[in-house]
Design a protein around this ligand. Structure first.
Ligand code: NAP
Length: 291
C-alpha cells in the first residue's frame, strides 16, 4: 500500500491565508491582533520556539510582545508581569513558554492568565468549555491534529481512534475532540499493559508519548491513519548538530503498511504554531466584538 505523507505545511499555509485576510479586516477597525510571549531563561529549544512564534506573528501582520526574563525571576514577579498584560487591552493573547525553571510555580503562573487571553488553552476554564462542547480556546497541538485530519479528508465517524498519551496539553484534549467527532475511543498511557493489542485495533492511531520509536510496525493495523505527534532528539554523530529528530513511531516499518503517516519533522509541528495564531486572532476578534 502507498502511504500518504500527511505534511503539516500545506494545512498551515491554508490557515495562514485565511488569517492574513482577517487580520487585514481587523486592522481597518484599528485593531492589530497581538500575542505576548513570555520566556524565562535561555533554554535553546524554548528560544527557537519563541522566535518562530514571533516571526510568524510578524509574517501574518500581527504584533508580538516579547518578554524575556532572567532565569532567577520569582513566581510573584512573573505573575505581576502577567497581570500587567491582562490589563493591557492591546494584548489579545498571552503565552508562557514552558517548561519554566523548577523554582517557579508553573500552575500559579498559568492560572494568572486572563481566560479571555488563554490562547494556549491550558486553563481549567478553557478545558471546561472543551469538555462541555462549547467554543473556546483549544490547546494548539490537538487542534492542529484535527485540522490536519479534516484537510486530508480522513473520515472520523464510527472509526476506532486510539490515542497513546494522556497529557493535558495533547492526549486528553485530543481524545475529547475525537470523541466529539463520533470516533470510538481508546486512550493508552504508561500503565497500559500490552500496548500493541490496543494500537492494532486503531483505524486512527495518535502517538503523543515522547518515547522515541515506541510504536513499531507490528503494532499497527494495515491501512491505519497514523498521526505521530512525538518529537524526540536522538544522538546522531553524522548530523551537524549531533542529533536528529524522530517521532514516537518507527516510520521505516510503518511506510507501505499504513494509509497515512505524518512525518517528523514536518507533520504536526507546523500546525501547533498555526493554531496558536488562529487562537490569537480569535481572541482579538472577541475583544473587538465585546469591547
Ligand atoms: P507528556 O506530558 O510527557 O505525556 C506523555 C504521555 O505518554 C503520558 O500520558 C504518559 O503516560 C504516556 N506514556 C509514557 N510512556 C509510555 C509508554 N511506554 N506507553 C504508553 N504511554 C506512555 O508529553 P506531551 O507533552 O503530551 O508530548 C508528547 C510528545 O509530543 C513529545 O514527544 C513532545 O515533544 C511532542 N509534542 C509535539 C508537539 C508538536 O508541535 N509537534 C507539541 C507538543 C508535544 P502517563 O500519563 O501514565 O505518565
Amino acid at each position: 500500500m502507498d502511504t500518504v505523507r500527511m505534511e503539516g505545511k500545506p494545512v498551515a499555509e491554508k490557515l495562514y491565508q485565511a488569517i492574513r485576510s482577517e487580520v487585514m479586516d481587523l486592522k481597518r477597525h484599528g485593531i492589530v491582533p497581538c500575542l505576548a510571549v513570555i520566556l524565562v531563561g535561555d533554554n535553546p529549544a524554548s528560544v527557537s520556539y519563541v522566535t518562530a512564534k514571533e516571526r510568524t506573528c510578524e509574517e501574518l501582520g500581527m504584533r508580538s510582545v516579547d518578554l524575556r526574563l532572567a532565569p532567577h525571576v520569582t513566581t510573584e514577579e512573573l505573575i505581576s508581569k502577567i497581570q500587567e498584560l491582562n490589563a493591557d487591552a492591546s494584548v489579545h493573547g498571552i503565552l508562557v513558554q514552558l517548561p519554566l525553571p523548577e523554582h517557579i510555580d508553573s500552575r500559579k503562573v498559568l492560572f494568572a492568565i486572563d481566560a479571555a487571553k488563554d490562547v494556549d488553552g491550558f486553563l481549567p476554564y478553557s478545558a471546561g468549555l472543551l469538555m462541555t462542547g462549547q467554543p473556546g480556546f483549544v490547546p494548539c497541538t490537538p487542534a492542529g491534529v484535527m485540522e490536519m485530519l479534516d484537510y486530508y479528508q480522513i473520515p472520523l465517524q464510527g472509526k476506532h481512534a486510539v490515542v497513546v498519551g494522556r497529557s493535558l496539553t495533547v492526549g486528553k484534549p485530543l481524545a475529547l475532540l475525537l470523541l466529539d467527532r463520533h470516533c470510538t475511543l481508546s486512550v493508552c498511557h504508561s500503565r497500559t499493559p500490552d500496548l500493541g493489542t490496543i494500537t492494532r485495533q486503531a483505524d486512527i492511531l495518535v502517538a503523543a508519548v515522547g518515547r522515541p520509536q515506541l510504536i513499531r510496525g507490528d503494532m499497527v493495523k494495515e491501512g491505519a491513519v497514523v498521526i505521530d505527534v512525538g518529537v524526540n532528539r536522538i544522538d546522531d554523530p553524522t548530523k551537524p548538530r549531533g542529533f536528529r529528530l524522530v517521532g514516537d513511531t518507527v516510520h521505516a516499518e510503518l511506510l507501505g503498511k499504513v494509509s497515512y503517516l505524518t512525518p517528523v519533522p514536518g507533520g504536526v509541528g507546523p500546525m501547533t504554531i498555526a493554531m496558536l495564531m488562529k487562537n490569537t486572532l480569535t481572541a482579538a476578534l472577541k475583544s473587538h466584538s465585546t469591547g
